[in-house]
Design a protein around this ligand. Sequence first.
Ligand code: NAP
Length: 253
Amino acid sequence: MEARKGRLDGKVAIVTASSQGIGFAIAERFGREGASVVISSRKQNNVDEAVENLRSKGIDAIGIVCHVSNPQHRKNLVDTTIKKYGHIDIVVSNAAVNPSVDSILETKESVLDKLWDINVKATVLLLQDIAPYLRKGSSVIIISSIAGYNPQSSLAMYGVTKTALLGLTKALAAEMAPNTRVNCVAPGFVPTHFADFLTTNEAIKKDLEEKTLLKRLGTTHDMGAAAAFLASDDASYITGETIVVAGGTLSRL
Ligand code: NAP
């Protein structure tokens, strides 16, 4: 099947944590709109499968193993992309962990460190590596969460790291202007491996659906569509913003 050409023709996009879920859907949508996409995640076989899947849809894709908190992996991600394509136009920082459901006051220091390292610090370090290669008109998209606005119990410290990304988006938008726009997507609840409580617990799923105005959970395609808009020239006068893609779940004024 031929990839649909469009808004992202000729662009090169790196998407972290993109072998499945929201990251994969974003990469697929970018590819369908004409971008060459660089898939990455921790496990080689997941990366290979995702690349094969995209190529079977006519999308130009390469795959590189990258655990986002590993400096050598990040360097290899950037070097290999530059070697293959010569430039980078779009970066999506999507990797996150939520290793514990403890309350904040009971969260172990090692878990606090992991949350900070992967959910916040890795985005900064990755962008430090990539920034020298970003061209005029490039776009960075950070994946936060609806939990960043209202960190609820069981997602509390994870939510706080996602709140930090809202601030990071603003700060980086100022720092990287005018050549690079920096925006953020805050997804609502999307049934993925990461949010498997949505597929395994019908009561929680129903409750969260009821809390949306649109009476449904999000899909990975909803997130791909928002990210593709932000990455494209249709969003060329938008920077430092967060788009909440959560079906009307309470977030902010
Ligand atoms: P997912 O379906 O579980 O996919 C996670 C992806 O991340 C996989 O490709 C996994 O592949 C990769 N990965 C995990 N740890 C990694 C690491 N340290 N470095 C690099 N890659 C890593 O998750 P998802 O639901 O799409 O979540 C993606 C993002 O959306 C996260 O930032 C999450 O906080 C955010 N989000 C999700 C929801 C939701 O309801 N699903 C809501 C709001 C925000 P490997 O196992 O091969 O590494």
